[in-house]
Design a protein around this ligand. Structure first.
Ligand code: URA
Length: 470
């Protein structure tokens, strides 16, 4: 009998490596004792050591299935997966056999893990623990997941809360994100976490969105199962809200119809005019952009990056979208492209601080590859959704001169997506008829691998900047 201990951190890789070795060496499922770190020792078992054997190919769909099932809390999960994998060697079609009971059980476990990950994303509640003058804000949360989902879900929190330090403590594993580094360590007992100021706000919000006339207790409990309540600050008000719901609903029904407050009348009038441009008050524009959800880009970005520069700037410079550093710091053009721009602009006599600098798209679009966030070009539809804000900024700034840097900015302003190299150095018209000077984007210069080409393109860019200043 072989015994293998799968650790509670790095479980997926450990199971995969062990299963691969056993399979290659032809060890049948009944000869293996799979155990987690806490499993009781078996007197007749020997500790398995890696052995050589023929490499085995496994269907991708099984790999995906195993990657979820290994995090299930069922102690039999490793054995079940291996037993199915063993059968799969001679019958790869099993992965699509809906009548197979082993597969059905694994699918059920996979579903359980996905559901638990979903609940974790929804119900982890952070509390601020850092000092108010610390360079990065610091948060901690206590959570009790049904399955071992801390490790496979941690990336979601890294994407969401990449600009702060945080810790998710569970009885099983602790995930720590500090100075942009994610690590896992053993679980802990429930820490003593202080209430923070945001919590009372959140509870008030929760109470206010509760509609007593639409209370469906079973639907509510299926979405927010009771076992999570003890760690959800807002859950303390649920019992009271449920108890008071019938009388509040009755009172609502009996109350005489009320006239909408004047503010609602104003909003309705605006809607009726079906405005195609943002026409809120000037000072509300930054908050409106920050809260933008007009396209899905807000979901993964840290924040919307607003334009910056003097209100009376004569020159407005439009780039593409914030990059990684801009996204984290909330300022446009501070990363490598911004630094190159500053350098060439200074040589060309363009004082950046006297211009209003913004982007065609306000949220960073990227693809996460390991720990890096790789820039992705915004789609036409994302640029068009964001044009709403660019138009609002233009309407507020009323710049005398407009500079589009790169294809995205040129498209956002002119609606023309044709080759930029043929257009640079020329003046075109915005969709509403204003002149706009077209030039290259500084990151284009950074990407040119050929040094001669880079030097020539930089000279063209500098010449364009000189022309826009004079
Ligand atoms: N590139 C842009 O277009 N804008 C920024 O803010 C940074 C890089």
């Amino acid at each position: 009998m072989e015994r293998v201990t799968i650790p509670s951190i790095g479980t997926d890789v450990a199971w995969r490596d062990a299963a691969r070795d056993f399979l290659a060496a032809g060890v049948p499922p009944q000869d293996i004792l799979w155990g987690g770190p806490a499993a009781a020792p078996d007197l007749f078992a020997t500790q398995a050591a890696p052995r050589a054997g023929a490499a085995v190919t496994v269907p991708r769909s099984f790999i995906a299935l195993a990657q979820s099932v290994v995090w299930h809390s069922d102690p039999e999960r490793f054995a079940r997966l291996y037993a199915f994998l063993w059968r799969l060697r001679d019958a790869p079609h099993l992965m699509t056999d809906r009548a197979d009971r082993d597969l059905a059980r694994l699918r059920q476990m996979e579903k359980g893990v996905h559901r638990c990950q979903h609940k974790m994303k929804a119900f982890v509640r952070f509390r601020e623990i850092g000092a108010s003058d610390a360079p990065r804000r610091s948060f901690a949360a206590w959570f009790e997941p049904t399955h071992h989902t801390v490790e496979p879900t941690a990336d979601f929190f890294v994407r969401r809360f990449g600009d702060m330090d945080w810790r998710i403590v569970t009885p099983d594993v602790t995930a720590t994100y500090e100075n942009r580094r994610l690590t896992f360590s053993d679980g802990q007992t429930k820490p003593d976490l202080p209430e923070d100021a945001g919590e009372q706000l959140w509870i008030t919000y929760f109470q206010n969105i509760f509609n007593p006339a639409r209370l469906k207790i079973s639907a509510m409990q299926s979405e927010m199962p009771k076992k999570y309540w003890k760690n959800l600050p807002e859950a303390a008000s649920i019992a009271e809200m449920i108890a008071g719901a019938p009388s509040r609903a009755r009172a609502m029904a009996e109350a005489a119809p009320t006239l909408p407050p004047p503010r609602i009348a104003q909003v309705q009038a605006q809607l009726a005019r079906c405005t195609s441009a943002w026409d809120g008050p000037k000072e509300a524009l930054p908050a409106a952009i920050s809260g933008c959800q007009r396209c899905p880009l807000h979901k993964n970005a840290t924040q919307a990056v607003l334009g910056e520069g003097p209100r009376d700037a004569e020159l407005m410079i439009v780039g593409e979208q914030p990059g990684d550093l801009e996204d984290l710091n909330g300022k446009p053009f501070i990363g490598p492209a911004g630094q190159l721009f500053d350098q060439i602009a200074a040589q060309a006599g363009l004082d950046r601080t006297s211009a209003y600098v913004t982007n065609a798209v306000k949220h960073f679009k990227f693809e996460a590859r390991g720990k890096t966030r790789v820039h992705q070009r915004p789609s036409t539809s994302e640029i068009e959704h964001c044009r709403w804000w660019l138009d609002a900024e233009r309407a507020q700034q009323k710049p005398k001169r407009l500079l589009a840097m790169g294809a995205t900015a040129a498209y956002a302003l002119t609606g023309n997506g044709k080759d930029l190299l043929a257009r640079r150095g020329k003046i075109e018209r915005t969709l509403d008829g204003e002149p706009v000077f077209i030039t290259l984007h500084p990151s284009y210069l950074l990407r040119l691998p050929d040094l001669n080409k880079r030097r020539d393109a930089t000279a063209l860019f500098a010449e364009d900047l000189r022309r826009i200043v004079t």
